[in-house]
Design a binder for this molecule. Sequence first.
Ligand code: NAD
Ligand code: 0WE
Length: 256
Amino acid sequence: MSLLAGKTGVVFGVANKRSIAWAIAQSWAKEGAKLAFTYQGERLKENVEELVGTFGADTLLMPCDVTRDEDIANVFKTVGEKFGKLDLLLHSVAFAPKDALEGKFVNTSREAYRIAHDISAYSLVALARGAAPLMTDGGSIVAMSYYGAEKVVPHYNVMGVAKASLEASTRYLAYDLGPQKIRVNCISAGPVQTLAARGISGFGEMFKHYEAHAPLKRSCTTDELGATGVFLASEGAASITGQVIYVDGGYQIMGM
Ligand code: NAD
Ligand code: 0WE
């Protein structure tokens, strides 16, 4: 059964094979979607080229630093030219300066706060605005969030505040774009061992915490995130918009 046959999509946030974006892209492609990809900068170009090549040598791949309006404009211009219309968009992008994730939240600098919100939250608004004119048959926009948006997770700090902004932006975008049949949702994932998670001290402890406290006694796999990504992109989610769906072993329901 090809749930996404005939659909086109653009994916933001592949850095390597462990990236959540890569898992969701593979699941979308397996269901028949034709995808375009972007990469953050020259540093990641080769890596992403190699991965994306597995979908065929003609797969559309473009640079896009989401802090640059001209990069974003170029992506949607090119996607418009190559695909004609767009159905799916994955936002799987986040960044805060490392020191902001180490010390106390109260010490967050104005610059670290600005950067975290620009890259991790405002970018969803800019990408949705670029995509909407191409989503002429409606569409599905999916963004990645985390529990630190709603409860304090020590050291997640300014990223938690930026994810709260991402989730609120999802609701306002869902309202604005609903009349065009464009749906906007978040997947709130439990911890996953990716590039963005590596180098965060105590990340191993987080898995132990989920094994001890989540109803399913674990976090989530990237395959499960892919499956939820397919659901949100598909007709099965035709009346779901503005929501945050938890793929976290059930952790979010717990009070203790
Ligand atoms: P990842 O490092 O593979 O992906 C993060 C991506 O953000 C990278 O591809 C990076 O290039 C991109 N990025 C950063 N700054 C950018 C910029 N200025 N312009 C364009 N792209 C930029 O790590 P991941 O864990 O797959 O993260 C993907 C998403 O999932 C993020 O939104 C993250 O917050 C979210 N998330 C991750 C976890 C986890 O435990 N790993 C849990 C819940 C949610
Ligand atoms: O969203 C994230 C992490 C995003 C992230 C990661 C980094 C590491 C490298 C954003 N910016 C940076 N900046 C860097 O310099 N997650 C959901 C994973 C994560 O990160 C944590 C977590 C979890 C979970 C940080 C502290 C506590 C928990």
